[in-house]
Design a protein around this ligand. Structure first.
Ligand code: HAM
Length: 431
């Protein structure tokens, strides 16, 4: 049998040497969203297919073309989540959180699955960080959510990211808008792709985000939702802008943003960059006042966003933003012989319990090879343990960059002494 060494198209591995970049970004997201009062929610990677069909919408590209759907051995249709909003909403409903004090603020890290054509920044398995806020219709919440995304980008040092906002109205203004779209697209029915033809009656707004070049060209001249907003939606949108202005967040109103998922109402927004090619939307979100009801709950106005972690990392890379490398090894203990190996176990355990990183030989290499390894992993200090050191009860610690050597007694206080040593207070512990 051949060796399987090829990953599935559109998926990516994160290797140990690179994972610090992910951890750094995730850490910023975690801390920043906690500052806004969000707490993490974790939901399964697969859900009943029906959840996405109803939540994301039957006529969306995601549901019609991109889902990984399969029947289980028990005959149930399940789908790998194409996004995080529907699953989080399902969990909030299922666990009755809607009866808690509102709003409920949830954050998440999810892997998502969409059968799209892979290209730079577009994967079949990708990762999102998202925030969802349930139980508020106030425009203040829209502005605050956008501010949270902006703070994350600021903390990461990302520049030149445009915030584009729009309002796509509520079911009342949407009805008028749909009529206008049907009239417009009805005139060029023959040129639209088959999927868009089928959308014309059911959900003409979806034609606006069709990826086919012909359909998107036609969509360019379509009526704009902003001309059809009802008074309440207009007022809401104006208020969101007022709060964004007050927070000093820069944005442009882009009336062509409709987002590709059906649950959105009123405010929608995207953070877009020109640095990473065609897939320049790093973050997208908006209000979804009808979703919880659509899934069987009460009317619970809600909103959220998700940012693609791969796209963010690409952007940081392109903008030359340096991510600090974590220290890899504080102390490497090289050993000669079994008693030294046993002693090193004691020592590294004590050093690790002080919160430092310590390694010893677990391969059975000779001394030279061990020192070469210590160098390769970037150990800050190294120590050689042999029969001599054990007999005398002390060993020499070498600062790997300066070459400076310090002797330390191998007793119960070793770890504390090493800690001080590595804080550069070298002199006080010389024998
Ligand atoms: P979305 O716009 O479909 O929205 O995805 C959000 C972000 O995920 C995008 O801006 C992009 O950065 C990333 N993304 C999407 N598809 C891919 C892909 N194929 N490869 C790499 N990255 C991708 C949602 O998913 C909504 N659930 C956002 C939301 C949360 N709205 C309200 N709450």
């Amino acid at each position: 049998m051949g060796v399987i060494t090829k990953k599935i198209k559109g998926t990516e591995d994160v290797l140990p040497k690179d994972s610090y970049r992910w951890q750094f970004v995730e850490d910023v997201m975690r801390k920043e969203s906690a500052a806004y009062g969000f707490k993490e929610i974790r939901t399964p990677v697969f859900e009943h297919t029906e959840l996405f069909a109803r939540g994301v919408g039957q006529t969306t590209d995601v549901v019609q073309k991109e889902m990984y759907t399969f029947d289980t051995k028990g005959g149930e249709s399940v789908t790998l989540r194409p996004e995080g909003t529907a699953g989080a909403a399902r969990a909030v409903l299922e666990h009755g959180l809607v009866n808690d004090s509102l709003p409920i603020k949830a954050s998440y890290f999810v892997s998502c699955y969409r059968y799209e054509k892979p290209q730079a920044g577009r994967l079949r398995e990708f990762h999102q960080f998202g925030l969802e806020c349930y139980g508020t219709q106030s425009p203040v919440a829209d502005a605050e959510l956008i501010c949270a995304a902006q703070s994350i980008f600021d903390r990461l040092g990302i520049k030149q990211l445009r915030l584009e906002i729009n309002s796509i109205g509520c079911p009342t203004c949407r009805a008028e808008y749909h009529k206008a779209l049907k009239g417009y697209f009805g005139g060029c029915k023959d040129e639209l792709c088959d999927t868009c033809n089928s959308r014309l009656e059911k959900n003409p707004m979806r034609i606006l985000d069709c990826k086919s070049p012909v359909c998107s060209k036609i969509a360019g001249g379509a009526p704009k939702i902003t001309d059809y907003l009802c008074d309440e939606c207009k007022e809401h949108f104006a208020s969101v802008q007022k709060y964004l202005d007050a927070a000093g967040v820069e944005y442009t109103v882009n009336p062509t943003i409709v987002r590709g998922l059906d649950y959105y109402t009123k405010t929608v927004f995207e953070f877009v960059t020109d640095f990473i090619g065609a897939q320049g939307t790093v973050c997208g979100g908006g209000r979804y006042d009808g979703l919880i009801e659509e899934l069987g709950g009460k009317h619970l106005p809600s909103l959220g966003f998700a940012m693609g972690i791969e796209r963010l990392l690409m952007l940081m890379d392109k903008q030359g933003i340096e991510i600090p490398k974590p220290s890899t090894c504080d102390l490497y203990v090289a050993v000669m012989g079994e008693s030294a190996s046993l002693k090193s176990f004691e020592i590294i355990k004590a050093v690790r319990s002080c919160g430092l990183i310590a390694e010893t030989d677990v391969v059975g290499r000779g001394l030279r090879a061990q020192m070469k390894y210590a160098d390769k992993i970037g150990a800050k200090f190294s120590m050689v343990l042999g029969d001599n050191e054990i007999e005398q009860g002390k060993a020499v610690i070498k600062n790997m960059s300066s070459g400076e050597q310090t002797e330390i007694v191998l007793d119960d206080t070793f770890a504390e002494k090493f800690m001080v040593l590595q804080l550069a207070d070298v002199d006080s512990f010389k024998l």
